[in-house]
Write a protein that binds this ligand. Structure first.
Ligand code: DP6
Length: 402
């Protein structure tokens, strides 16, 4: 039992949570308040050694107001989605106590302080809301001693966040009920299921995306007939196929379907009126490069997926990474900091055959890819036991960061 007896003046819990990348995309809500999707989705949770959010939640009888700090800067704790998560966690905590006041339990009336930070630059445009809300809910749950499955609460922060509540391969079932109680994430296979699977994040831009996911998908729901067809007909079929490919560790099938689904998501964005564009010229260069690379080898060795931004997420098996990274380096010669071009898990060196270079490296664009992050599937949210890792000090305020 964590140390949070009511007589203690300060209780604190710290968790970390992962980023996830969907291979069957979520795009469109049937209920914008409860965040209920029009279709189920499926994602791969990425390893927290490379990409994670850390959140500390603290409660104290001495706090006079709820406060929130994101990456060291105070932010609006009144944000409706933050409030929805807080309210739901407190409601569950109250329910668990069966109405009666448990003397050992942390008082639910105490104000809370929350500090959250990412181990990757927010400006890189890597999806951070999924990890952020999954981490917020995990830390709050820990603070209040909740042990149940909380993807339903994380979903209230950001739809994709419910999938970051598990490691490995995760499905978000759309559910049928209007109250959302069956719109949950569940793990379909742990991260250990496919040990050879690797992920390369090609960071192409530091720019902020033009239209946020929330606003973008709402316009798509209102205007795109393709999105309606996708949700009703295409996704149910693809979801079943994707589950089989994952079960079979069939990279060809997995990779091809991931690319097709990413492409269809971006097609629904073009079908939205007025249209939304997340892919850039550099994104399209990467797409063409992947197809030339696979064509040269005669089968699908690498696959791309793009969310609501220009960065590419590449899937490959471990034995392909070194060669493909070299192909990317030749295709997008680093402008500066060439030594930091590849980050994350180590990447071996590879010599490219002249045939491969001639067939694949056809149109180099210097500087177009900032850097490559090499990672792999990883586990779900983690509790941080070491009190020296708390982001808030004994005074309940953010610790000065190193
Ligand atoms: C393109 O989960 O960010 O990344 O529910 O409005 O917070 P809200 O949207 P969000 O949308 C993610 C969309 C996507 C596809 C995906 O992750 O499935």
């Amino acid at each position: 039992q964590p140390a949070m007896a009511a007589e203690r003046s300060l209780a604190m819990a710290t968790c970390t949570a992962p980023v996830n990348i969907a291979v069957i995309k979520y795009w469109g809500k049937r209920d914008t308040d409860l965040i209920l999707p029009i279709n189920s989705s499926l994602s791969v949770t990425l390893h927290q050694d490379q990409l994670k959010t850390t959140t500390t939640a603290a409660a104290s009888r001495d706090f006079t107001e709820d406060r929130l700090w994101l990456n060291g800067k105070e932010a609006d704790v009144g944000h409706p989605r933050v409030q929805a998560c807080l309210r739901e966690v407190r409601r569950l905590a109250r329910k668990r106590r069966g109405g009666g006041e448990d003397a050992a339990a942390l008082s639910l009336s105490y104000k809370i302080h929350i500090a959250s930070e990412n181990n990757f630059p927010t400006a890189a445009g890597l999806a951070s809301s999924a990890a952020g809300y999954a981490c917020l809910v995990s830390a709050l749950a820990r603070l209040y001693g909740l042990e149940e499955e909380l993807s339903e609460v994380a979903r209230r922060g950001s739809g994709s966040a419910c999938r970051s509540m598990f490691g490995g391969f995760v499905q978000w079932q759309r559910g049928e009920r209007p109250d959302g109680t069956d719109s949950l994430a569940l793990q379909v296979a742990p991260e250990t299921h496919w040990p050879e699977l690797r992920v390369l994040v090609l960071v192409v831009s530091g720019e902020k995306k033009p239209v946020g996911s929330t606003a973008g998908m709402q316009t798509s729901v209102e205007t795109s007939p393709l999105l309606k067809h996708r949700a009703e007909v295409v996704v149910p079929e693809r979801l079943a196929q994707m589950l089989r490919h994952i079960q079979d560790r069939d990279f060809e099938g997995f990779g091809q379907l991931a690319m097709r689904d990413s492409n269809q998501f971006h097609a629904t964005c073009l079908d939205t009126f007025p249209p939304i564009f997340y892919l850039t010229d550099v994104s399209r260069h990467i797409i063409a490069l992947v197809h030339r690379y696979n064509a040269h080898h005669g089968h699908t060795k690498v696959a791309y997926s793009f969310d609501a931004g220009p960065n590419a997420v590449i899937f490959a098996l471990a034995d392909t990474v070194a060669e493909f990274v070299e192909v990317v380096r030749r295709s997008f010669p680093p402008a500066t900091n060439g030594d930091q071009f590849v980050r994350g898990l180590p990447v071996g060196s590879a010599a490219l055959s002249p045939e491969l270079v001639a067939a694949v490296v056809t149109e180099p664009v210097p500087g177009a890819v900032q850097y490559i992050l090499h990672t792999k599937p990883g586990p779900g949210p983690q509790l941080v036991d070491d009190p020296s890792q708390h982001l808030l000090g004994a005074d309940g305020l953010p610790r000065s960061r190193a």
